[in-house]
Design a protein around this ligand. Structure first.
Ligand code: AKG
Ligand code: FE2
Length: 270
């Protein structure tokens, strides 16, 4: 994993709210992570969140046909955990987002099946159980992501325009722009990737992906991260009921079982 990043990459991320990093994984790393993700997805069957009885996929909704979505693979795959929760990656995420510590929010395998629906424009952070201008996600291409099979698109600078209001990932690609008309005035940028490339995006950057027009899959492994010290905003998202019932708004989200710490300057200086 290429976690040693030039300052120009960090600056690009901070300015645009996203950045593309070619060759993030070596060929061997790609092979190892991809087979671990495939095994974990197979082990989960129709269960969407590892280690949770909630959220079974029916398979026939519009959203189910945007992508096959499986969350928290790190809980059942030591290899996925080793990559997505790596301390070196955590340190890079802190550098990019300007925070002192980073926890895992959730990982996700996102596989656009043949002829899958597009991913409507959206923001990520408003879905989650904390609000932060510094949340960050990594999106790693496990297969080439192309114009044909649904590569990611971003709108530069929108992380500076967004509030914590959101729309769902529905059938209308452009609903987000009803909420944020100013974002529709900026040109969107496609990010086709070779397998092993990655992108980083801020949880408030507007992004989406095209339909998969091909008979092949478009497989990505992603992970969202929460700055250390972020507090509960009342939104359950994927937190389990047993944990939710112990939380009230404003509590710091610091449960190591659900949101493990990748890296913290504070812990290192202690
Ligand atoms: O892979 C996709 O189509 C969408 C990914 C996404 O929205 C994300 O990683 O936040
Ligand atoms: Fe997203």
């Amino acid at each position: 994993m290429r976690t040693n990043m030039d300052q120009s990459v960090v600056e690009q991320y901070q300015r645009d709210g996203f950045v593309h990093v070619p060759g993030f994984l070596s060929g061997d790393e790609l092979t190892e992570l991809k087979s671990a993700v495939q095994d974990a997805v197979a082990a989960m069957g129709r269960r969407k969140v590892a280690g949770s009885e909630l959220n079974w996929e029916s398979g026939d909704s519009y959203y189910d046909r945007v992508f096959t979505q499986r969350l928290n693979l790190w809980r059942i795959s030591p290899t996925v955990k080793q990559y997505m929760l790596s301390p070196e990656l955590g340190k890079l995420l802190c550098r990019m987002s300007g925070t002192r510590g980073m926890r895992c929010w959730h990982d996700q395998a996102l596989i656009k099946q043949p002829f899958a629906n597009p991913t409507a424009w959206h923001l990520d952070n408003p879905y989650w159980s904390f609000h932060s201008q510094q949340s960050i996600s990594i999106w790693i291409a496990m297969e080439d992501a192309t114009f044909h099979n649904g590569c990611m698109w971003f709108i530069p600078g929108t992380h500076k325009l967004a509030r914590f209001d959101n729309v769902g990932i529905g059938q209308n690609m452009g609903d987000l722009f009803g909420l944020y008309p100013e974002m529709a005035k900026i040109d969107s940028v496609p990010v086709p990737m070779k397998a092993g490339d990655c992108s980083f995006h801020n949880g408030l950057t507007a992004h989406g992906a095209g339909a998969n027009m091909t008979r092949g899959t478009r497989m990505a492994m992603t992970c969202a991260y929460m700055p250390e010290g972020a507090t509960f905003n009342g939104n359950p998202n994927i937190l389990p009921p047993s944990y939710l019932k112990t939380l009230k708004k404003g509590d710091v989200l610091e449960n190591d079982e659900w949101n493990p710490l990748l890296y913290s300057e504070v812990a290192i200086n202690r």
